[in-house]
Design a protein around this ligand. Structure first.
Ligand code: SF4
Length: 227
């Protein structure tokens, strides 16, 4: 593991260049939310809950619609569930997410004085908030170093051989051990965009990837099929 530190810097540099030169210039839904809402922690938290198993375009539409009516924790805590359901209908699992966002808003009002907490332990006490969501809030709302691991980060870290893990939780713990903190803030955004544009879940674009030389998945899975 002695060469891990220079390796991750090199990998992130290459990934950064690839996503920049990609024709798809969209930022991720959370990065968009961060710039549109100037990092408002409440909106980033609710946006992350809505983004679960949902395409970025749908998350962006739902958050825009929801926050045009319910723009504070208090308003959302008092919201009529039917109205919230209609506003977020574009995202997957909207019935469950309607219950979740209202319950989270109520908790923020009653347990945290209307302010989203900025530490992992408190965030994890919120309903329907797991490590990925809590870490997204730390990174995208509070600019605090954390490594949110979603399916893109988990898949790409394993393909590149940065980790050898079965679950996103294990991946987070391994990456925290091997990736220097200075890279944590940028890692999620870069990996997610790379996963959307190049290292896709099915049919990764290894033909245009500049990381083939060090990629275990390319060496063990993709290359043998071409022979
Ligand atoms: S070589 Fe292929 S599998 Fe490996 S990181 Fe690049 S796109 Fe992903």
């Amino acid at each position: 593991m002695g060469d891990e530190k220079p390796r991750i810097g090199f990998i992130l540099g290459r990934i950064g260049s690839m996503v920049e030169s990609s024709r798809d210039k969209r930022a991720t839904a959370l990065a968009e939310l961060r710039s549109a809402e100037e990092g408002d922690p409440f909106r980033i938290l609710i946006g992350t809950v809505l983004s679960h198993r949902t395409r970025d375009e749908s998350t962006s539409k739902a958050t825009e619609r929801l926050f045009s009516v319910y723009d504070t924790p208090q308003k959302l805590a008092d919201a009529d569930p039917k109205s919230v359901r209609e506003l977020i209908r574009v995202v997957g699992f909207y019935n469950m997410k309607t219950r979740n966002v209202i319950r989270v808003a109520k908790q923020i009002v009653t347990e945290f004085g209307g302010e989203v907490p900025d530490d992992l332990e408190s965030l994890l006490t919120l309903h329907a908030v797991g490590r990925k969501t809590a870490n997204c809030v730390l990174v995208y709302a509070f600019n605090k170093p954390a490594i949110p691991v979603d399916t893109h980060v988990h898949r790409i870290a394993n393909r590149l051989g940065l980790v050898k893990t079965k679950t996103p939780e294990e991946t987070e713990l391994e990456l925290m051990k091997t990736v220097p903190k200075k890279y944590w803030l940028e890692l999620n955004e870069l990996f997610v965009r790379f996963g959307q544009t190049t290292c896709k879940p099915v049919g990764p674009r290894c033909d245009i990837c500049t990381l083939t030389a060090g990629c275990g998945y390319y060496r063990d899975v993709v290359l043998p099929k071409t022979k």
